[in-house]
Write a protein that binds this ligand. Structure first.
Ligand code: NI
Length: 257
């Protein structure tokens, strides 16, 4: 099973990062994409990908940190992207829930990082929180559909999912589909074709039930896949195989290493 979105650079893993990653292997996790959220965490993602053959890196600046971007940011990301374990630009996007960076700044750096991804021909990992309209506008105006990617931790409606899929983007779902009040996420899960679905933990955050609120890890992908198989009324192994193939295809992961 593949965790298409994790944050093992997070300080919540400082005490036992190596142990947790060893446990992932023992638990049957074959690949992890570790998403950067700023320059520092992108560098840490790359370090992890060098240390662990089954870890891949995405580099990018999260909208929360957009106001820390400056004239060197794009060049730095371009240099960081040179290694062959860097498989995406992300996570990038807009977050109008927290508004940690001003919205015009978020929009500017989302667009500039899409331009970089297009130049490098890498897919993007999109973070969208309460910013659906502007996200879609920028994706269209910057022609991000030419490189594609995934809307990670998708929180939109079925109608939004339809638009995202029409642009050729995949949809990433995680712990939220297991929550008791997950009616909308489950509706999206039911709607998204299996060949456009990715599963993710977003760990250390978003732990699925029955671990909600605790530290998350990639072993819990099993719980996400279980929910996918229930809602889609398919075998667990079919859910695992389809979502793994989607991640391998999108991020061009080595299928064996
Ligand atoms: Ni994330």
């Amino acid at each position: 099973m593949i965790d298409s979105h994790a944050h093992y650079d997070d300080e919540k893993f400082d005490m036992d990062r190596d142990q947790v990653l060893q446990d992932c292997i023992a638990h049957g996790v074959t690949h992890i994409v570790n998403a950067g959220s700023n320059i520092e965490s992108s560098k840490k993602s790359i370090e992890l990908s060098k240390k662990y053959p089954f870890v891949y890196a995405a580099v990018g600046v999260h909208p929360h940190d957009a106001s820390e971007c400056g004239k060197n940011t794009i060049d730095t990301l371009r240099t960081l992207s040179e290694g062959d374990k860097v498989v995406a630009i992300g996570e990038i996007g807009l977050d109008y829930h927290y508004d940690f960076s001003p919205r015009d700044v978020q929009k500017e750096w989302f667009a500039r990082q899409i331009a970089l991804a297009r130049e490098l021909k890498l897919p993007i990992i999109v973070h969208d929180r309460e910013s659906h309209k502007d996200i879609l506008d920028i994706i269209k105006s910057e022609r991000a559909n030419e490189i594609g990617g995934v809307f990670h931790c998708f929180s939109g409606s079925k109608e939004m999912a339809r638009e995202v899929l029409n642009l050729g983007f995949r949809i990433g779902l995680g712990g939220a589909i297991t929550f008791k009040n997950a009616r909308r996420s489950v509706e999206v899960l039911r709607y998204v074709p299996l060949d456009m679905l990715l599963v993710e933990t977003d760990c250390p955050y978003m732990a699925p039930e029955p671990h909600r609120g605790k530290r998350n890890w990639s072993g819990y992908i099993e719980l996400i896949l279980k929910k996918v198989s229930e809602v889609k009324e398919i075998e667990y192994s079919a859910a695992e195989e389809a979502t793994s193939n989607n991640a391998i295809h999108l991020f061009k992961l080595q299928s064996n290493y």
